[in-house]
Design a protein around this ligand. Structure first.
Ligand SMILES: [Zn+2]
Length: 181
């Protein structure tokens, strides 16, 4: 059909479906100077995780974790300009953004040099549950990386993350320990 045709057709379909206030005139989602795409938790990250697992086993979890860490570090660099003072720190800004974009609702508890993080409605856990239901092992490898990356960049030291409890195990939230190494 060609790019222009597909674009034109998509625009027409969107006009039929109706315009949402979150869409710009050309129906692209642009927030904080970035273009966003929407991916259903039915597909993402479940299908990616599944393929990684089949191809690489436990190494696949590690790749998702590492990728998450890169994202977490980048989030801090991007959003630190919105930090005002003690009343609105980097963790508050990122937590609000994380909720707004539908990743999870996060809470942070400082324990010495470490952080205990609680995530409600982790999209990663939801994606797994939609496809497979419960699991005996935690599955939020990407989000575990994101949290570790956020703390690493915010604190300026090396941190690693463990998921202690996951919604897929029947808990009401996911709990992570982000430890200084
Ligand atoms: Zn989880």
């Amino acid at each position: 059909m060609g790019k222009e045709e597909i674009e034109k057709r998509s625009r027409e379909i969107m006009k039929i479906l109706g315009k949402d206030k979150n869409f710009s005139e050309d129906f692209k989602i642009e927030l904080f100077g970035n273009r966003y795409i929407l991916l259903s938790t039915t597909y993402f990250p479940y299908e990616l995780m599944k393929d990684m697992e089949e191809l690489f086993g436990g190494v696949g979890d590690f790749v998702l974790y590492r990728g998450g860490k890169r994202v977490g570090r980048k989030l801090v660099r991007k959003y630190k300009k919105y930090v005002k003072d003690e009343s609105l720190g980097i963790y508050d800004v990122i937590s609000a953004v994380g909720w707004y974009f539908g990743w999870a609702l996060g809470e942070r508890i400082k324990e010495g040099e470490n952080y205990r993080m609680i995530l409600y409605d982790s999209f990663e856990a939801e994606s797994y549950m939609k496809n497979e239901g419960k699991s005996d092992k935690p599955v939020c490898h990407f989000m575990r990386g994101v949290l570790a990356g956020i703390v690493e960049e915010a604190e300026g030291s090396k941190y690693e993350g463990k998921e202690l409890k996951c919604m897929v195990q029947g808990y009401n939230y996911c709990e992570f320990l982000i430890e200084k190494v």
